[in-house]
Design a protein around this ligand. Structure first.
Ligand SMILES: Nc1nc2c(c(=O)[nH]1)N[C@H]1C(S)=C(S)[C@@H](COP(=O)(O)O)O[C@H]1N2
Ligand SMILES: [Mo]
Length: 326
């Protein structure tokens, strides 16, 4: 079993307190490999590096308790990998681009307007938005449609807290996330790779699922710009592109929203985009994935799990043909 759920719901403290276990496990793994003589000097250096779990010295801490009901027990992706191997096309289409170019993004001051089919539309500045519900830390898998995955500790709260606050009307069937579009801050907007702004959407019951996390931080710190500062979605049972970064507007709507990747290539990227090993992308299989950080000497292909292993969302789709609604 890959996802461990706490039977009693007691919250464990902080991500930093899990790190020693990871270091221990890495060391145990290392000793085992030493014993069978399968490790070379360079690999030793690499493994020590990965176990070190480097933090960004200058970043602002973001306190939150770990929610043990959503704390995946898997080795976390190294901070360095999660913050230098990114998809954020507003800052370039290369994985390495956003870490280099996203320093021009200004995550403060920031506000998010919540509008459409709600009784209480509102515009919230970042601090008010962050205070809307207690921040939690959750460790989730992230699976990109390109066939790679990571394990990342995020900080945020269930989007359902915000939804409750604004009181959706009976017409609110979907929710749309509109992200920042500012040429002065985002050099990638000059190329027409996608229709800007980057827009994503969910059905209302999906948006209300407790796993859907409105996210402000990662690895115990505020989000780095390249990971979608200052606020993004994280939807671990869907391909990564559903998790819109740098959100400025949340709209409650009657009709299914058009979304950036669906507009760009409707036969390749559906509205739902649930992780599904049985439905291949036209250009590549979705049956397996490559865990970032494991692509060295000990590379191995992992089997991709239905809903990325988050089987509790299955009831949202009962009766739906997931090959048709991909
Ligand atoms: N605004 C915006 N959000 C975005 C993207 C993007 O290009 N622009 N890329 C998506 C894709 S394809 C993935 S895999 C994830 C990557 O998140 P990460 O860089 O934090 O791992 O962000 C998603 N959110
Ligand atoms: Mo992605």
């Amino acid at each position: 079993m890959l996802i461990k759920r706490s039977p009693n719901g007691i919250d464990l403290p902080y991500s930093s307190e899990i790190t020693p276990r990871e270091v221990f496990e890495a060391r145990r793994d290392f000793i085992r490999k030493m014993a069978v003589g399968s490790i070379a000097g360079t690999a030793l250096f690499e493994m020590a590096n990965r176990a070190a779990f480097a933090q960004n010295a200058g970043a602002q801490k973001l306190a939150a308790n770990l929610n043990s009901a959503y704390a995946l027990v898997e080795k976390k992706t190294a901070y360095k990998d999660a913050t230098t191997y990114n998809n954020f096309y507003e800052f370039g289409t290369d994985k390495a681009d956003p870490a280099v170019t996203a320093h021009t993004l200004k995550p403060r001051p920031w506000s998010v307007s919540i509008e459409g089919e709600v009784k209480k539309p509102m515009t919230l500045d970042l601090d008010s938005l962050m205070k809307l519900a207690p921040l939690e830390e959750r460790i989730y898998r992230l699976r990109c449609v390109e066939g790679w995955s990571m394990v990342i500790p995020w900080t945020g709260y269930s989007l359902s807290n915000l939804i409750k606050k604004v009181e959706p009307t009976g017409n609110a069937k979907y929710i749309e996330f509109v992200t920042l579009e500012d040429k002065k801050q985002m050099p990638g907007l000059r190329s027409p790779v996608l229709e800007w702004p980057y827009v994503e959407g969910l059905r209302m019951d999906e948006a209300n699922h407790p796993l859907a996390l409105l996210t402000f931080g990662m690895y115990g710190e505020v989000l780095p710009n390249q990971n979608g500062a200052p606020v993004r979605m994280v939807l671990p049972w869907k391909y990564g592109f559903k998790s819109a970064k740098s959100i400025v507007k949340i709209r409650f709507v009657k009709d299914q929203p058009r979304t950036a990747w669906n507009i760009a290539a409707p036969s390749e990227y559906g509205f739902y985009s649930n992780v599904n090993p049985d439905v291949d992308h036209p250009r590549w299989s979705q049956a397996t994935e490559r865990r970032i950080g494991e692509d060295g000497l000990f590379a191995r292909k992992r089997k991709t799990l239905m809903f990325n292993g988050y089987s509790e969302v299955a009831s949202l789709y009962s009766g739906m043909d997931l090959k048709k609604f991909f």
